[in-house]
Design a protein around this ligand. Structure first.
Ligand code: PLP
Length: 455
C-alpha cells in the first residue's frame, strides 16, 4: 500500500540505504521551493567542526553556521556527550509547577552573561516562540502596572522575527506577510536602516543616517501617541533580510526615545547573540541595553532546539506583585526548559568559554571583513555589508527575475563545496566562529568564482 501510494512521486536517484530516502515528496520543506529542491536535492548526511558531508560523499565547508546557529562548530564532543548523558539520566520533566536543577543553573549562567539588570530568563523552543513570548511579556508588564492602554507593538520594515503571528506581524519581510492576510492588530513599523545611496560598501557600521532613521519612531509616536505604545522590537543587525548593519548612532537614539516615552525596547538577538558579532551579545557590541532580549540558535549551538527571553529585573518584579498562589504569567510551552536543551546549552556555554569562541571571532573579524570587501568591483556586486562574522554580498537583479542570480551563486557554491545562504539578492556568509584564515580565503574565493561564473 505504501509503495502504491508513493509510486508516482519524485524519487532520489541513489541507492536506498540507511541515509538515503527513496521518496522526497511527503516532506513539505520549510522556506524552500519544494518542487525545485526535489528536482535537484542538496542532502547532507553528517557534520564535524567546519564541515558537512553531502550524500554523495563531498566535504562542504559551512559558510553559514547552518542557519546562523552552529557558532562553536559541528558535533563538538563536550556538547554531544552532555546531550547523550542527559537523555539517559532524565529525558523529560514538566516545568509547570515542577523544576529540574539544570533549568535553574542555566538561567543563572545566562543572566551572568546578559547585560546589566537583564536578570531573569524565560525558556522557549525557538526564536519565533521567544519573539512572541517577549511581545506578550511586554503587554503583561504594562497591564501589571495598570497601563493597559499601551497595546501597540512596533517592528521595523525589513525586520525578521520568526513566523509566529506576533513575529510575522512585527516583521517586515513582505513575502512572509502577504500570504497570511490576517495579522495582529495594533502593529506599526519603523523605517528600515538600509540607505545604499549613502552607505554602500561600508566596512562595519555605516556612518550615515542612523539618528534620522531612529527618529522614525518619533513620527510613530506623533501618530499614535506614546501612551498607546507597549514596545519596539528590532534586531540589532537585521541578518535575515540581507545583513543590514545599524548606522552609527541608530540604536543609541532608539534607546533614548524609548526611555523618554515609557516604551519597552526589545532586542531580537536570535542571530546576533552568542558571539556572532565578536561579543557575547549585540547589546555589548553597541553598548546599548534593551529591556527585553530574545535568544535562540547559538544558545545550544543548534544541537537541541531552544530559545529564551531575558528580561530586565524591573519587568519580572512588576509581574511578581499579585497573590502568591496565582500564576503570574499565563504562558509557557510543554518543552520550556526541556532537560536536553538545558544540558546542551550548559555544555555550549562551557564550550564558548573554554575554547574562547567569542574572542576567536573577534580576533578574526578584520580578516573576514577584508576578504568580504575584496569582492568589491566584481561584476554584478552592488553592495557589501559586514560586521563581526557576518557579511552580505548584494548582487544586481538579473533580467530573468528576482533572486535568480543569487540562487545560481548559491547553487554553484554548493557544487564547489561551500554552503552559503541567500536572501533576496544578497549572499549571506556567517560561518561557525571557529573558522580559520585559510577557510575564510577558501569561502570568498569560491564565492568570487561563483559570481564570475554565473550569468
Ligand atoms: N528572530 C530572528 C532575528 C531570527 O533571525 C530568527 C530566525 O532566523 C527568528 C527570530 C526565528 O527563529 P526560529 O527560526 O528559531 O523560530
Amino acid at each position: 500500500m505504501f509503495e502504491a501510494k508513493h509510486q508516482d512521486q519524485q524519487v532520489l536517484n541513489v541507492e536506498v540505504g540507511k541515509n538515503n530516502p527513496n521518496n522526497l515528496e511527503p516532506f513539505w520543506m520549510p522556506f524552500t521551493p519544494n518542487r525545485r529542491f526535489k528536482k535537484n536535492p542538496k542532502l547532507i548526511v553528517s557534520a564535524k567542526d567546519m564541515h558537512y558531508t553531502s550524500i554523495d560523499g563531498r566535504k562542504i565547508l559551512d559558510g553559514s553556521a547552518g542557519l546562523w546557529c552552529v557558532n562553536a562548530g559541528h558535533c563538538r564532543p563536550r556538547i554531544v556527550e552532555a546531550v547523550k548523558n542527559q537523555v539517559e539520566e532524565m529525558d523529560y520533566t514538566a516545568l509547570f509547577q515542577f523544576g529540574h536543577p539544570k533549568a535553574f543553573t542555566l538561567a543563572s549562567k545566562l543572566t551572568e552573561m546578559l547585560p546589566h539588570d537583564i536578570d531573569n530568563v524565560f525558556y522557549t523552543n525557538s526564536g519565533s516562540e521567544a519573539v512572541d513570548t517577549a511581545l506578550k511579556i511586554a503587554l503583561a508588564y504594562h497591564n501589571a502596572k495598570g497601563d493597559s492602554k499601551r497595546y501597540r507593538l512596533i517592528g521595523r520594515s525589513r525586520g525578521y522575527h520568526g513566523v509566529g503571528f506576533g513575529g510575522m506581524s512585527v516583521g517586515g519581510m513582505v513575502a512572509n506577510r502577504k500570504q497570511f492576510t490576517n495579522h495582529l492588530p495594533g502593529v506599526d513599523h519603523l523605517q528600515h536602516t538600509h540607505i545604499p545611496e549613502l552607505n554602500a560598501f561600508s566596512a562595519g557600521q555605516p556612518e550615515n543616517g542612523g539618528v534620522e532613521k531612529a527618529n522614525s519612531l518619533i513620527d510613530l509616536i506623533a501618530l499614535h501617541d506614546a501612551s498607546t505604545i507597549a514596545a519596539v522590537i528590532v534586531e540589532p543587525v537585521a541578518c535575515s533580510t540581507g545583513v543590514l548593519v545599524p548606522p552609527v548612532g541608530y540604536l543609541e537614539r532608539l534607546r533614548e526615545i524609548c526611555s523618554e516615552n515609557g516604551i519597552l525596547l526589545i532586542f531580537d538577538e536570535v542571530i546576533c547573540g552568542f558571539g556572532r558579532l565578536g561579543t557575547a551579545f549585540a547589546s555589548d557590541k553597541f553598548n546599548v541595553i534593551p529591556d527585553i532580549m530574545t535568544m535562540a540558535k547559538g544558545i545550544t549551538n543548534a544541537t537541541v532546539p531552544m530559545g529564551a527571553v531575558g528580561t530586565h529585573k524591573n519587568i519580572y518584579d512588576t509581574l511578581m506583585n499579585g497573590p502568591e498562589h496565582l500564576v503570574e504569567l499565563f504562558h509557557g510551552y510543554t518543552y520550556s526548559g526541556h532537560p536536553l536543551a538545558c544540558a546542551a546549552s550548559l555544555a555550549t556555554l562551557e564550550e564558548y568559554e573554554s575554547e574562547n569562541v567569542f574572542e576567536r571571532a573577534k580576533s578574526i573579524e578584520k580578516k573576514f571583513e577584508n576578504s568580504a570587501h575584496s569582492l568589491k568591483g566584481l561584476k554584478n556586486v552592488i553592495d557589501i555589508r559586514n560586521i563581526g562574522l557576518v557579511a552580505g554580498i548584494e548582487l544586481a537583479t538579473r533580467e530573468d527575475g528576482l533572486t535568480k542570480r543569487a540562487y545560481d551563486v548559491f547553487d554553484f557554491c554548493f557544487k564547489e563545496g561551500l554552503m552559503v545562504r541567500f536572501t533576496g539578492e544578497t549572499i549571506c556568509v556567517s560561518p561557525p566562529l571557529i573558522v580559520n584564515e585559510d577557510e575564510i580565503d577558501q569561502m570568498f574565493s569560491i564565492i568570487s568564482e561563483s559570481i564570475l561564473s554565473v550569468k
